[in-house]
Design a protein. Sequence first.
Length: 413
Amino acid sequence: MLNESTRVSVPGQRPPSDPISTAADPRERPDGLGWVTRAIFGDPGVTVTVGDNPGATLRYAVVPSLDDARFLLPLATRRVTAASLLAYNALRPPKVRAGRAAVGTLARLGLLGLTKAPTLSVHAAEPRDLLAAFLAEQLGVPRLHAAIGIRPPDPHHKPTLQLFDDQGRPRGYAKIGWNDGTRAMVRAEAATLGDLPTGGGFPPAPELMLHTQWRGREIAVIAPMPRRVKRIRRPEQPRLAAMLAVARRGGPATAPAPVAGLVAAWRHRAAGGDPRIHGFIDALDTDTTLEFGDWHGDWVPWNMARHRGALLVWDWENRSAGVPVGFDLAHQAFQTALSTHGRAAAECAVAVDEALHAYGPELGLDETAQRYVADAYLVELWLRTYELSGGGAGWNPKLHPALLDVLGSRIPR
């Protein structure tokens, strides 16, 4: 792992460099390609160059281009490259699915060059300097090939590797925690996957295959999904029965309880935070009673699929207990408005109100409880953002200080 004095040491950091179109080492780029390559190929024994260089240990196609990189496709064999594009394509939106299918067919025919995608060459002094080689050894397979998604630089994001064997069969997903915040998230998901209940309508989740550390990274490898999973129909429709099964751990409803315990936990977590959050917490210290339980913590349509008539749910890193029933419904509404529709935080809060008004009664929430759960969710979301910032992840600019402004318009103090 590169040290603090090396210019490409920190995955989320923009290093001083030449303009991105002329940077010799893609790890010096300030964009998503630079962030991901710093996170995964950061060992000092590894060099990364643009171009199809002879003797490269690994080769990747950068799709669609260096300046708009979305995906690193392993160029081990035609079969592996095609599998990287075609596996689980039924989960993609129609437009994305069609594009991946077209490029996957070209890869299978050996015609990927027609896309004019640039090549990334990775040279390793020792195989152990490469994460995929380490994971293959840990999982007891001869080789693994990693298809790598590219996202914009964000201190809250974790690079994810989809792993394939030589035959192009999916062998798992590796999540990489690289700072305090994301390392804690990987540890949390590893612990959660070993503690999920079964039955009672609780949605199944992929199993944990490996939890390990590698050169300052926290790594969880999650089992591949069933081969024939499909995109859920009507993704905007909340799966209320599954939400309740998660909240109640597959058991019966529990009696309403005072919110005092929740408020006390908030006060502890908010210590040292913006003074405004303490005023909002104080305002929510009422005699309200609610049903409490677990929540998934990131219940959104893109974290679920259907398989043989059942709902499959993944990404459990934010699961926790002791929250009001309805938090997952609020989260789906807020995050769909934020991530899918690009709305501002204030509009996302309106989407939360609308979802709780429409579906809250089916979760046992009357109008008073609906409003309390909406405001409480917004406090919880700000606290999560605050805790990530304290873990080295920095502030999410979409949520801070915007959430505090939204709370200020909703909660009288």
